[in-house]
Design a protein around this ligand. Structure first.
Ligand SMILES: [Zn+2]
Length: 338
């Protein structure tokens, strides 16, 4: 087969790779129906995270099960399945309380920007849809694999409740789906922080009631102004920089919650400031597996349409252009079809 490899900053290649095979008895091989480029793929693409050797790319996926190892019992060839970017057994003590991305047997799933993918711990990791989905549902189903699951976790970890005032820092696909998730959880007011017109529009479509274009201290001042000087009940930090993290913490009311789902790059927090904010922090790699059955159900029944974050669809062999378009912020998120 041919698959996507990252050689170094800006150097994405679609090249001949060995077909994945069952390496362990709990593995499954799936044929990819759709994959996509993640905001976190841009960190190594931009050279902010070092690439030491050519790396297979892609960790968001859905597709048809081709083959399973002898230890796999619940997942069957022919099923349409979705999984998370971390494989998990879904049975250890961490999985049982809903932190599958901290599974005792966690394994990263990589190489999904390809026609075939090996998924470890198939029974614990993969969730099958009720039947083979119609084509128009594929983008939304794909989004549950990471970007929606992460936005959903962001809203959940920030304790969004009916009536909450919510701020979303970051207008990437995760931030936009954080807006959708907060709306779904009953937030009354959702303030999206965004400077890009097309993203603001989608944020409003997903449920944002206000848009703030200022950043940093000015952004914080604007949030305080909009909340009568109090700050938000829940702030979703969906970027991962020092500026976005401080903006999130300082926009939150005492006793409020900040969730952080953007992979932190160079973020350092001062203990004294944190101490006096009375803010609760909860974040990390989203335990998408916890939410997958519910999210698939929501998409399947047409209650949500998160696939709208994909504003560019390309054949897999044009994956390099998919990265470029996202890097230059010409598009929100690239969907790839084999
Ligand atoms: Zn586990």
């Amino acid at each position: 087969m041919r698959g996507t490899m990252l050689y170094g900053p800006g150097d994405v290649r679609f090249e001949t790779r060995p077909d994945p095979t069952i390496a362990k008895p709990a593995d499954a091989i799936i044929s990819i129906s759709a994959a996509c480029v993640c905001g976190s793929d841009l960190w190594p693409y931009r050279g902010i995270q070092t690439v030491t050797e050519p790396t297979p790319m892609g960790h968001e996926y859905c597709g048809i099960v081709e083959e399973v190892g002898r230890a796999v019992t619940s997942i069957k060839p022919g099923q349409f399945v979705i999984g998370s970017f971390f494989a998990s057994d879904n049975s250890c003590p961490h999985c049982r309380i809903g932190y599958q991305t901290s599974c005792q047997h966690v394994e990263f799933v990589g190489g999904a920007q390809a026609p075939l993918l090996r998924v470890p711990l198939a029974d614990g990791t993969l969730v099958a849809t009720p039947e083979t989905p119609p084509d128009e549902l594929i983008p939304s189903l794909l989004s549950t694999s990471d970007v929606l699951g992460t936005g959903w976790f962001a809203a959940d970890a920030a304790n969004v409740k009916p009536g909450s005032t919510v701020v979303v820092v970051g207008d990437g696909a995760v931030g936009l789906l954080g807006v959708l998730s907060a709306k779904h959880m009953g937030a009354e007011r959702i303030i999206a922080m965004s400077r890009h017109e097309s993203r603001q529009k989608l944020a409003r479509e997903f449920g944002a009631t206000d848009v703030v274009t200022e950043r940093g201290d000015e952004g914080v001042a604007r949030i305080k102004e909009l909340t009568s000087g109090i700050g938000a009940d829940a702030v979703l930090e969906c970027v991962g920089t020092q500026e976005s993290m401080m903006q999130a913490i300082r926009s939150t009311r005492p006793g409020g919650f900040v969730s952080y789902v953007g992979v932190p790059h160079g973020v350092a927090l001062k203990g004294e400031e944190l101490f006096f904010t009375h803010v609760r922090l909860h974040g990390g790699p989203a335990p998408v597996r916890r939410y997958l059955p519910e999210l698939i159900d929501q998409v399947w029944s047409g209650k949500i349409n998160p696939g709208k974050v994909f504003d560019l669809t390309l054949p897999l062999d044009q994956v390099a252009e998919g990265y470029r378009a996202m890097d230059e912020r010409r598009v929100i998120k690239t969907l790839l079809r084999p």
